[in-house]
Write a protein that binds this ligand. Structure first.
Ligand code: GCO
Length: 465
């Protein structure tokens, strides 16, 4: 400081400097860095092209998807557990995309409803395709990258009647749908997720029986996962071919894999540790392994052989929680075990009772880095009635991403689940996952504080971890 300055001048200089910091760093950054706890970590600056987004899926937000298996299934549920008009996204997407743009999102993941695009076998509906084209162009005009999911748990009724994903012909039928969609919409799409959470679908629809078609048969479940894997491989080939023929820039095609951190109920029990390890292998890794190597097996239990290896350009990871498991006996189902509740008094849960465990995202990214493919966090989110919890959740999980990336992990983006409150399948409308709240009676939207905080992190582009 130069001598001879008056108190008043000093104050002015300090104010100007603070204002400069505010303009250069931005209010978000200042806020984020101030509130973040400084640990042994560091500060990570996300790459310029990092994908910052959120996700939705057709049946959960569009409303009136009357021609799919879920709609039929819901009709036997109480009124408040049916999807109905949901968020009416089919008609309101333009306004919601504007909200996403205002938040500073650079990507939006949404799904194409198969039952709309192909309402009867081999008959494609030009109007529905046109609506999806409008959605894609609307996003593009707002500088938002569309990330398209082709299969997010629902199938057309006609396919359900033919046996759904159990039917031998299902992979071929999916291939046709993928080809047509890529031909019609591909010019403006770079990222494709063929199938969302194949193992979740297999488990809930064919083992637990809590989702349509409500079956409980391990044999059928294995057939279904084989068909889903084959469907992915065929769709991957089709999408690539369509792009190559038209000389469009080669797309990135992957799946969205559900991942859970499995921990033993007792770290001292060998069997509990085996149980956790087995679940990790079967639920987290088996499918990814198969798609990369073209085959995978658990000797004596299950094997899968695919028409082609190396059909992933990136791995999508849907991460929410950790589960503690213990073995009940020595048969596979027993070793796979049962869950127990963590006794840790500091444990936090979302409104569906899932443990919140941000470090798990770091662990999962590290574990999946072994495949040496780009990783997209295709879902990560919290259902809660306390929006402050959501802000903490997002920051904590992004810090886990930052830490993994700082150690060299190749993560290309993060998609918060979900842009909007929506229809949470068998749980109905009660769980609130949205960055944007939805009043289902009026369809009024409320941008939550957590959404703005997420926007601040995006704007800032760096985080202490
Ligand atoms: C799933 C889906 C989403 C869910 C989300 C919250 O994993 O079930 O991909 O449709 O809504 O995961 O449960």
């Amino acid at each position: 400081m130069r001598p001879g300055k008056t108190k008043h001048e000093l104050k002015r200089i300090i104010c100007i400097n603070l204002a400069l910091i505010f303009v250069v760093v931005g209010p978000g950054c200042a806020g984020i860095l101030k509130t973040s706890k400084k640990t042994a970590g560091g500060t990570f600056t996300f790459p310029k092209n990092f994908i910052w987004g959120a996700g939705t899926s057709s049946h959960q937000v569009e409303g009136n998807n009357t021609n799919n298996d879920w709609w039929q299934w819901e009709q036997s549920l109480p009124l408040n557990m049916r999807s109905g008009r949901s968020c009416d996204e089919w008609n309101r997407f333009e306004d919601d995309f504007k909200l996403a743009q205002n938040l500073g999102l650079t990507a939006l993941r949404f799904s194409i409803e198969w039952s709309r695009v192909e309402p009867s076998p081999g008959q494609f509906d030009a109007k529905s395709l046109e609506r999806y084209r409008e959605m894609i162009l609307s996003l593009r005009s707002k500088g938002i990258e569309p990330i398209i999911t082709l299969e997010h748990f629902t199938i057309p009724l006609w396919l359900a009647k033919r046996g759904g994903w159990l039917a031998e012909e299902s992979p071929e039928l999916f291939k046709e749908f993928a080809r047509k969609t890529a031909e019609e919409l591909g010019g403006d799409v770079h990222y494709w997720i063929t199938i969302n959470e194949p193992a979740t679908y297999m488990y809930k629809s064919y083992m637990l029986g809590t989702w349509p078609p409500g079956e409980k048969s391990t044999n059928d479940a294995f057939k279904v996962i084989q068909n889903l894997a084959k469907a992915h491989v065929l769709a991957y080939g089709e999408i690539k071919e369509v792009y190559a023929k038209r000389a469009w820039k080669a797309p990135m095609v992957g799946v969205a894999q559900q991942v859970v951190i499995f921990a033993p109920c007792s770290p001292f029990s060998l069997w509990d540790r085996i149980s956790a390890g087995l679940r990790d292998k079967m639920i987290n890794h088996l499918l990814i392994d198969a798609l990369i190597r073209g085959k995978a097996a658990i000797p004596g239990v299950f094997s899968i052989k695919l028409p082609k290896a190396r059909t992933l350009d990136f791995i999508g990871l849907n991460y929410y929680t950790r589960e503690h498991v213990h073995a009940r006996g020595f048969l596979l189902a027993d070793i796979l075990g049962a869950e127990c509740i963590s006794a840790n008094p500091h444990t936090k849960w979302n409104s569906l009772g899932w443990e919140i465990y941000p470090e798990g995202l770091y662990e999962i990214i590290k574990a999946f880095s072994r495949y040496k493919l780009p990783i997209l966090i295709s879902e990560n989110g919290i259902c809660t009635d306390d929006d402050a919890e959501r802000s903490v959740f997002i920051a904590a999980h992004l810090k886990a991403v930052a830490r993994a990336m700082d150690e060299g992990a190749h993560v290309i983006g993060y998609l918060y689940w979900s842009l909007l409150d929506n229809y949470e399948w068998a749980e109905g409308f009660a769980p609130r996952f949205g960055l944007v709240g939805v009043d289902y009676a009026t369809e009024e939207r409320t941008v939550r504080g957590s959404a703005k905080k997420y926007g601040e992190i995006i704007k800032c582009g760096k985080l202490d971890y």
